[in-house]
Ligand binder design. Structure first.
Ligand SMILES: Cc1ncc(COP(=O)(O)O)c(C=O)c1O
Length: 394
């Protein structure tokens, strides 16, 4: 039968009917340890009691009223975000790509309002992924997402990662440069971590050249590496931060945070959206943030990330002919695989764990942040068993 669905996804024939903590159960009754968290979304795992409670409470109240009216949860969630970041204002939307779209619009509006409309160029990086709107694919560095969509949006300068250093970025800055936009850890691009030193140098360059420093924390943010945002490890203070995924713990929420001086160029009517910041999403976003901001939460993520990474490094030593690198920070980790990495993802899945391919050769490990240490042990033993099978199948 021909599918009534647009065929844009390569799905595996697996349907989940329930979940608890870091585990999912399929229709066939098989239990899976989820090391993908719905692509870094389910930060608090499945059926978290606080999130279920927040959802039920909000479900009994109006689901939608529009941004024509006050929505109390917005103020509360925005306060949690800005008081824990370098920014002062928040725009709520529904996805990461909308958060990026908002960032690009704010950058353009800011310079237009300063009568410097020629400043339109945004510097981005090879292999970056910023979402799927025309603006986001134009901003990104990866050709595969752009194919067939010309004409793309003008105004992006892409820097290759080969021999990347600050001098190379400096060379790309000119009188038309408006901003630098970077994912502090590239997720889709293959778990590529930019060093704290490089992020600091980028910030200094932006200050020196009076351009906007924008970060895409959609995948690496919201506690995933043991701080609210990964860039905070580098002690940098970006002007704009795009957030999504983990913020909703499974409910679609995006947010673009901005420093007041830049955000004040946005006036009533200059941007908006029907659904962004709705009561349901705010109730859940607030419940997620309350858990993430609990004392000790980040330390646990950091510790679990280290345990996981050490375990993966041991596996690399055991299977050097398969694993060429162990990458990432916190609970955003990746195994660089020399051979057919998609086949390995399948074997891991057959053995009861879900991982996510990235780039052309990386297996991403991005579990719910609440994963237990004993489940990390289980994950490592499933990976070990799968690598052994993969080696023998080869
Ligand atoms: C770094 C980054 N930015 C933006 C996006 C787009 O987010 P969304 O799929 O919610 O639109 C993603 C999604 O994977 C991402 O990883």
């Amino acid at each position: 039968m021909l599918s009534p669905l647009l065929q844009v996804y390569k799905r595996c024939k697996l349907e989940f009917v329930s979940g608890k903590g870091a585990f999912l159960r399929s229709k066939q009754g098989k239990k899976y340890l989820d090391l993908g968290a719905g692509i870094a979304v389910n930060s608090l795992g499945y059926a978290h009691p606080k999130l279920v409670k927040a959802m039920i409470k909000a479900a009994k109240k109006p689901w939608h009223v529009s941004n024509l009216y006050e929505i109390s949860g917005q103020h509360e969630l925005a306060t949690k975000l800005v008081s824990n970041s370098s920014c002062d204002q928040t725009f709520f939307c529904n996805s990461g790509t909308e958060a990026i779209e908002t960032a690009i619009k704010i950058i353009r509006k800011y310079y237009t309002s300063k009568k410097q409309a020629h400043k339109k160029e945004i510097i981005t990086f090879e292999h970056a992924f910023h979402g799927r709107t025309i603006a986001a694919i134009s901003a990104a560095g990866s050709a595969k997402y752009k194919e067939g969509y010309a004409p793309l949006l003008e105004g992006f300068v892409h820097i290759s990662l080969e021999d990347l250093n600050i001098a190379k970025v400096k060379k790309a800055v000119n009188k038309n440069t408006a901003a630098i936009l970077i994912e502090p850890i590239q997720g889709e691009g293959g778990v590529h971590v930019f060093s704290n030193k490089f992020l600091k140098e980028l910030e200094l360059l932006c200050t020196d050249k009076k351009i906007i420093f924008a970060v895409d924390e959609v995948q690496c943010g919201v506690g995933r590496t043991g701080k609210l945002f990964h860039h905070q490890w580098a002690r940098v203070k970006p002007d704009i931060i795009a957030v999504a995924k983990g913020l909703g713990g499974g409910f679609p929420i995006g947010a673009c945070l901005v420093k007041r001086e830049i955000g004040s160029s946005m006036t009533p009517g200059s941007h908006g959206g029907t659904y962004g910041g709705g009561p349901l999403s705010m109730s859940i976003g607030n419940a997620v943030m309350d858990q993430i901001l609990k004392p000790g939460f980040y330390d646990k993520v950091k510790e679990k990330g280290e345990i996981f990474k050490e375990g993966l490094e041991l596996l690399q030593r055991k299977y050097p002919e398969i694993i060429t690198d162990v990458k990432g920070e916190g609970l955003l980790l990746g195994l660089e695989i020399k051979q057919d990495y998609v086949k390995l993802v399948e074997i891991i899945r057959e053995n009861g764990a879900l991982t996510i391919p990235a780039s052309n050769d990386v297996i991403r490990i991005i579990p719910p942040l609440i994963i237990k240490k004993k489940d990390i042990k289980l994950a490592l033993s499933i990976l070990d068993q799968s690598l052994e099978q993969f080696k023998n199948n080869d």
